[in-house]
Design a protein around this ligand. Structure first.
Ligand code: GLY
Length: 572
């Protein structure tokens, strides 16, 4: 058995080795490869977590919109029909590919901590994070980014007026729709929190009870908020009537938002991370997402192996060990790039990956024994992802969130908007796990105006002949889902194959491999166990929505995760 009591020493020496060689190793190219077809596919495809949202995007494409207008339609409709996962009171991250410029842009519409943030309120008497405060009610909410992000995309990348792209969402909020069993199930699971706030109960608990199947949900307040955004852009949310309602409701319920927080909110455009792996270019989320850095570390480690020549058990063992090492760094170094200096050159360097690879035994698990382990709860289906390719080859991969189901559970009265509970994604008590079992350090401590670290990993994968638009919800498992999806695409799978593929996950701590039923056969399970891996079966997770484009045949494939019936992937 390999013991690793001195991980910090090891990491520090790897840091020094990597820093010495980082300039030479930093070969990140600045643009997508020329092999990406500059002509579009001539038709379009969208995959999202709800058929109404996919259809809203297709409707907007049919009216002459591009992928970016369609993205606004999909996101805003998800804010109406899938509020447990995302919404105007939350935030998002999006990768955009502008075909005619062959340019990739990362849009950061992540929430920010309010100016009055006070770390002390999130610490319980036992010194651990007080989850009641960090996940419920207005103190758990960051300043939302989604409305500003949608208005930004319309203004800078769309072809249609914002009002036209928001029209399907306004129609569904006004006319109502029949939520599916999954949605009603999440109301039942969150009934206690929802019933705590009359403004939330009024929307989701008609007559004080969980609604029955066949119920029609109309949301006139949300429709009104969307109309104000359609008329005034971001100002329809961050200024005037809506802003006043948000601030007043938050403060009345013990929150600390001010108009100055809403005034200060800014969408950020950031350079995506670019990773070259086995002839493919992966373009993915930079900090304040931790996803792209972790995916880069895993792929850089795996680049030194010929996985195809190994049996399933050994290939999986090496991938798990790479995940373990990438998540350790995730916990240690990452935060909001506007606030913290991160050793990204080191983390993304191939020399650093060489050093990490050298610590991996070919047939023994390395115990993650630096920190005491803690059990992580099941990753839920909160957060959502959609993927779009339009006829001209413009693309959007976007992951959106209010954090846990229905975010804070708190609706600002008169707005129809559930406030997020994204403050729990900060390292509220450094070293202590958040709701996804992720531990954070100083780099991710809350500060006024700072963005909390995210796992959201919307990504593009560009190959000589094929392109994928990929992402998923699932808290910390987002990173391993997207990683496994990228590897599956590189192995030749299309959208349907990627979304259907069974999953496994390791995040350093707790030190175990979460496995979906059927992911490994009996022989692989035994071999992994013999190598020292602790496997734990858990119920299926994730809600991948993927679009792939085969340039050789100019065909698109769009697929929504078969684990969840409400989604729809559709080629138009
Ligand atoms: N709230 C989940 C995430 O951003 O990763």
């Amino acid at each position: 058995m390999v013991h690793a009591p001195s991980w910090r020493v090891l990491a520090a020496s790897l840091f020094l080795a990597a820093a010495a060689g980082s300039a030479a190793a930093d070969q990140r190219p600045q643009a997508a490869p020329a092999s990406v077809a500059t002509r579009g596919p001539g038709h379009a495809a969208i995959a999202s977590a709800n058929f109404l949202a996919t259809n809203a995007g297709l409707e907007v494409l049919g009216k002459g919109g591009n992928a970016f207008d369609a993205a606004i339609a999909v996101a805003s409709t998800l804010a109406v029909v899938e509020q447990q996962s995302s919404g105007l009171g939350g935030g998002f991250m999006a990768m955009l590919h502008v075909a005619k410029e062959n340019r990739d842009i990362f849009i950061d519409a992540r929430e920010t901590a309010p100016k009055a943030v006070d770390m002390k309120v999130y610490v319980g008497k036992d010194g651990k994070p007080d989850r009641e405060v960090s996940t419920k009610g207005p103190l758990s909410a960051g300043i939302p980014g989604e409305p500003a992000g949608l208005a930004w995309i319309a203004q800078h990348y769309g072809k249609l007026p914002l009002a036209q792209s928001l029209a399907p969402a306004i129609r569904v909020a006004t006319d109502g729709y029949q939520p599916d069993e999954r949605f009603i199930g999440t109301i039942a699971e969150n009934q206690k929190t929802l019933s705590r706030y009359p403004s939330s109960a009024a929307i989701l608990l008609p007559g004080g009870s969980v609604p029955a199947k066949g119920w029609t949900l109309k949301q006139p307040d949300l429709a009104k908020t969307l109309r104000l955004i359609a008329d005034k852009g971001a100002a329809g949310f961050y200024k005037g009537e809506t802003a006043k309602r948000l601030v007043d409701a938050s403060r009345k319920e013990g929150g600390n938002w001010t108009q100055a927080d809403l005034d200060a909110y800014q969408v950020k455009e950031r350079e995506p991370l670019r990773i070259d792996y086995k002839g493919y270019r992966i373009v993915t989320a930079p900090p304040p997402s931790s996803g792209g850095v972790a995916i880069a570390e895993v792929l850089n480690i795996l680049a030194g192996y010929d996985l195809a020549k190994l049996d399933a058990a050994h290939a999986t063992h090496l991938t798990i060990e790479a995940m373990r090492r990438a998540f350790r760094d995730h916990n240690e170094y990452l935060g909001d790039p506007d606030f913290v200096k991160m050793p990204l050159d080191m983390l993304l360097s191939r020399y650093y990956a060489d050093g990490l690879r050298a610590t991996i035994s070919p047939d023994k698990a390395t115990p993650s024994d630096l920190l005491p382990t803690a059990m992580a709860p099941e990753p839920g289906m909160h957060t959502t992802h959609f993927s779009v390719i339009d006829k001209d080859g413009n693309m959007v991969a976007s992951t959106l969130t209010v954090n846990l189901e229905f975010g804070s559970g708190f609706v600002a009265a008169g707005t129809g908007v559930f406030l997020n509970d994204e403050m729990d994604d900060f390292a509220l008590v450094p070293g202590q796990p958040n709701a996804f079992g992720l531990r954070g350090a100083e780099a991710n401590k809350p500060e006024p105006g700072k963005r909390m670290l995210s796992s959201m990993s919307p990504s593009f994968v560009f190959g000589a002949d094929r392109t994928a638009v990929i992402g998923s919800p699932g808290g910390s498992t987002i990173i391993t889902q997207v990683l496994e999806g990228i590897l599956a695409f590189i192995d030749g799978k299309d959208a349907s194959g990627i979304t259907a593929q069974k999953r496994y996950h390791h995040q350093y701590l707790p030190d175990r491999v979460d496995v979906e039923d059927g992911v490994f056969d009996a022989a692989t399970t035994k071999a992994l166990t013999d190598m020292g891996h602790v496997l734990r079966q858990r119920s299926p997770w994730g809600f991948m929505n993927v679009v792939t484009w085969d340039h050789r045949t100019n065909t698109l494939d769009a697929a929504s995760d078969p684990r969840r019936p409400s989604g729809l992937g559709k080629v138009q």
